[in-house]
Design a protein around this ligand. Structure first.
Ligand SMILES: NC(=O)c1ccc[n+]([C@@H]2O[C@H](COP(=O)([O-])OP(=O)(O)OC[C@H]3O[C@@H](n4cnc5c(N)ncnc54)[C@H](OP(=O)(O)O)[C@@H]3O)[C@@H](O)[C@H]2O)c1
Length: 169
């Protein structure tokens, strides 16, 4: 894909021990610090999401970011978003961006995993038996860990979690 040159592509995802990421159109659990982390990492940049993930956002387009929604139905109009029909079109439309973040969900992660230069994982230290959407298997031999921040569970976070950042080797 020629459009990728000069753009840093990060994938950002919160996943359980079994790579589960969602259930019935929603996240698996509420981790306020993860939402804060997501905001810190992505603010000022471009976020690309699948149509279902857009529909899961409580207030629609995310502020302070260029929002791109991928859908096969280009007639759709999502307020505050650029609507594209493919990942390639998303990258073409974002070629002025320095950094873009793929923010899910499962279908979009599968379609873009091979393009990513960075992974921003929040590993939730729990396995949700009712997860119905999953992140692809990660071969960690292909990635160098650059940051790691461990958090215990507390009264606002039911499960312990770790922020992990990787760079593609
Ligand atoms: N844990 C996390 O970090 C995280 C992050 C985001 C989302 N999630 C969860 O993931 C779940 C949603 O994931 P999902 O896999 O069901 O849906 P999704 O990837 O968000 O959206 C799927 C839709 O996006 C469009 N799409 C995706 N890839 C495309 C491609 N290559 N070309 C054209 N269109 C494409 C299609 O829209 P059309 O059908 O309109 O054509 C497709 O039906 C929810 O449970 C959500 O809460 C979790």
């Amino acid at each position: 894909m020629t459009t990728k040159e000069n753009i840093e592509i990060g994938i950002i995802v919160a996943l359980d021990e079994n790579n589960g990421i969602g259930r019935e159109g929603n996240l698996l659990c509420h981790l306020p610090n993860d939402l804060k982390h997501f905001k810190e990492v992505t603010s000022g940049h471009t976020v690309i999401m699948g149509r279902r993930t857009y529909e899961s956002l409580p207030k629609g387009a995310l502020p302070n970011r260029t929002n791109v929604v991928v859908t096969s139905n280009a007639a759709e109009n999502y307020p505050g978003c650029i609507v594209v029909r493919s990942v390639e079109e998303a990258l073409t439309r974002c070629k002025e961006s320095e950094k873009i973040f793929i923010m899910g969900g499962g279908q979009l992660y599968r379609a873009t995993f091979g393009l990513a230069d960075r992974l921003y994982l929040t590993r939730i230290h729990h396995t949700f038996s009712d997860a119905d959407t999953f992140f692809p298997e990660i071969d960690f031999d292909e990635w160098t860990l650059t940051e790691k921040e461990i958090h215990d569970a507390d009264n606002k976070h039911r499960y312990p979690y770790t922020f992990l950042t990787y760079r593609k080797k």
